[in-house]
Design a protein around this ligand. Structure first.
Ligand code: GLN
Length: 438
């Protein structure tokens, strides 16, 4: 009997648009799973939280409308770390998702249900959201492909926010080309999200760019930067697998150049201060009045607010609201939040300088192999540090992809490629060459 990986919170089919949409659209016949923090009209959207266990949005996210317009069939809402806060999908109020490659291990997070659904063949494509790695990490752990687009390429309208300044919705699929085709469907400006941009208006951009067409495997003459900082401290088995994949790219005509990104040593710390600060503010709306299941309470508003949040949120979410509120509070704001913003600017500058010399930057996606279920739950700091290689791209708003590089001890290893702003084509092209080699 097939193993139930608990990839879905809600299984429900929304057929690709009959009216107004295109039955022969580019995604016709494609089964798409959608992370449960992306709003679907009439279908509950829980964010993996008890707080929103009964929340049914009255409208759909722009990305959902675009998938349906392209002819895709939505097959359900996938499991996730509560409000996107985690790296293993174990903080979900709906139980952990199992990694289809090894059901004793986590699928990564926070979009673990999305990656597991694709890896298990329960969906062709899935959408995740990536605030600090949540598309790339589960893609790496489950042996599939995940793309985090440039900030502003994909509309966040209808995405229930965790940390707005960092996150983008991105596709997960079995191949680079399929993920890129899904990106073609969801990308582009949205009048409902003022942070979106038209990539064809960005200097040097190709107005007719097709991401799927960029998956042509041609890396001849491409220069790949190898940042020493993102290999140091990683599991040796991961490093060996990633280095072998990079050597394959050299055989295909790519050049490599060692580079240094000194600021990335501070990226995780800066990321967690900023993400928690934004989260503490975003999650204030879940008070049982505006949003969220209200606790039975005969107290006053303050008591009802406290009881609602005590009952509705899990431990990781509470920890982050407390830390985020602390980092923003008078007297500590300069010491934490401002410093984190300075570090963010430094990370951005480091990447800009690196891209003067190289076309893409390669590293392990995750410095570790997939954790065993339960292994990291008692040690939040260890879990946070696992995001060392993914968070820099969010801080710098850059496009990044995770593509399977091979296996170590029978477990998938992901190779990450980061590119300049709005140059998803180059990361897609390079990633498709990694596939050709493996
Ligand atoms: N693991 C990171 C965090 O917990 C990233 C999560 C995400 O990208 N949503 O914040």
């Amino acid at each position: 009997m097939a193993v139930d990986h608990n990839a879905f919170i809600t299984e429900e089919t929304i057929e690709g648009d009959a009216e107004g949409g295109d039955a022969d659209g580019p995604l016709a016949g494609t089964a798409v799973a959608v992370k449960d923090n992306i709003s679907t009209e009439g279908i509950r959207t829980t964010c993996g939280s008890e707080m929103l266990a009964d929340y049914v949005p009255p409208y759909s996210a722009t990305v959902v409308d675009r998938l349906l317009d392209a002819g895709a069939t939505i097959v359900g809402k996938t499991n996730m770390d509560e409000f996107g806060m985690g790296t293993t999908t174990e903080t979900s109020a709906f139980g952990p998702t199992k990694n289809p490659v090894d059901p004793e291990r986590v699928p990564g997070g926070s979009s673990g249900g999305s990656a597991a659904a694709v890896a298990a063949g329960e969906a062709d494509v899935a959408l995740g959201s990536d605030t600090g790695g949540s598309v790339r990490c589960p893609a790496a752990f489950c042996g599939v492909v995940g793309i985090k687009p440039t900030y502003g390429l994909v509309s966040r309208y209808g995405l229930i926010a965790y940390a707005n300044s960092l996150e983008q919705i991105g596709p997960i699929a079995g191949t680079v080309e399929e993920a890129a085709a899904a990106l073609d469907a969801i990308a582009g400006p949205d009048p409902r999200d003022g942070t979106t941009r038209d990539p064809s208006e960005v200097e040097g951009a190709d107005p007719d760019a097709s991401y799927a067409a960029a998956a042509d495997g041609d890396v001849d003459g491409l220069t790949i930067g190898i940042p020493t900082e993102l290999f140091e401290g990683a599991d040796e088995r991961v490093v060996e697998t990633v280095e072998a994949a990079i050597a394959d790219l050299e055989d295909q005509g790519a050049e490599t150049a060692e580079i240094s990104l000194p600021s990335v040593e501070h990226a995780v710390q800066a990321y967690y201060v900023i993400a928690m600060a934004e989260a503490s503010s975003n999650l204030a709306r879940f008070d049982g009045v505006r949003y969220g299941n209200r606790a039975e309470s005969d107290g006053n508003w303050n008591e009802s607010f406290a009881e609602t949040r005590e009952e509705g949120f899990g431990a990781e979410v509470k920890r982050r609201i407390l830390l985020g509120t602390y980092a923003l509070s008078a007297g500590y704001h300069d010491e934490y939040y401002e410093k984190a913003q300075d570090a963010r600017a430094w990370v951005r500058r480091d990447f800009e300088e690196a891209f003067a010399d190289v076309d893409v930057i390669a590293s392990p996606t995750m410095p570790v192999l997939p954790f065993e279920l339960g292994e990291s739950l008692d040690d939040p700091l260890r879990m946070y540090l696992a995001d060392a290689n993914t968070t820099p791209a969010n801080l710098a708003n850059l496009p990044a992809i995770s593509v399977p590089a091979g296996e170590a001890d029978g477990l998938p290893v992901g190779l990450q490629l980061v590119g300049p702003k709005f140059d998803e084509e180059t990361v897609i092209r390079a990633a498709s060459a990694v596939e050709d080699a493996s």
